[in-house]
Design a protein around this ligand. Sequence first.
Ligand SMILES: [Mn+2]
Length: 376
Amino acid sequence: MMIRSRRTAINALGRFKREEEDFISEVDRARLIEEIGGYWSCAHSFWVFTHEHPDGDALGCNLATYAVLKALGKDVKVFSYDPIPRMYRFLPHVGSIVHTHTLPSRLPDVIQVNDNAAFERLGAEFAEQLTERGIGPQATKRDAVCKVLNLDHHIGNDSYGDINLIDPSCGACGELLFHAFSQLKLPITHDVAVNLYAAIMTDTGRFSYSNTDADTFYITTDLIRAGADPFDVANRVYNTRTIGQMRLFAKVMETIAIEPSLGYFFCTCTQEMLNETQTLMSDTEGITDLMKTVSDYPISFFFKEEGPNNYKVSARSNGSFDVRKLARRFGGGGHPAASGFRLHMPHAEACRALAAEMRRYRDELAAQQEIIEEWE
Ligand SMILES: [Mn+2]
């Protein structure tokens, strides 16, 4: 039987394990939302951030935040460390996003970070500049005025904010923002609805990942009633591929390699492939979803060559294996079914390092399972 409840702790070999401390009670959530609401109503200037290489949840949340704060008459700047992927350029207010690596010198009253589990993941230069100005966990002298609001749904968020509203029961950070706006009676306008709908649709894999539950549908029902058009949003996000992208997909699929004894397969996108097909690394979006449709292997990895001997690895699992724990061994993170990490070494060496770690991890899980069986 498939266990559907998000709040069920499940054994490590069977399904994802969620530890008690990962969860926030309804009461605590409501209290934190009240506190955040206090900043939204009292503060004047805001900077809004998310993780580098923003996805639909990250951008949808930041633009919904922009729309809500603007409607309250605030001075709002949304920053993006990386360019906005083409598929998200239709989102309402996307033109307000400032793509830069250099922040203005004067700090705002409030910094809000959506959907970002660790301070460094803001982007190295953002994290550095903020740290210099007394913001973040590494700052030696703390800025006395500017407060950091950290709103996220990743298990294991570093809690780097002054207020940390972390709710892993939310399938998308967009769900968490919906709860916040609703509790604070802030109007869900058409623009807010489209952004939050796009956030939730993409982070739940079109309402198909294990993070999808009844709440997801209750929330999206409200968003549709507020003006989000499911056909239009899905069409704009997913049906915008180019021929160059299809050629890139073909080249990447050619590289598929299998590790049968460890239960995974992987493929690679090189800079050369991007040159040959006139595409960008962000055009590989969708490849991991395609890899997840393979039933023979429960785990897949996608190596993206970002520079010489520098690979960003996306890990995906069909639900039987917690890839977040594996990613953490390489200094990465994410969700149990979708995580990422970096390997700074030549490709062949990176493949060997991954195989070695997978073998160690699997042996440890097997040992744990033996202990569990002994107790039962
Ligand atoms: Mn997310």
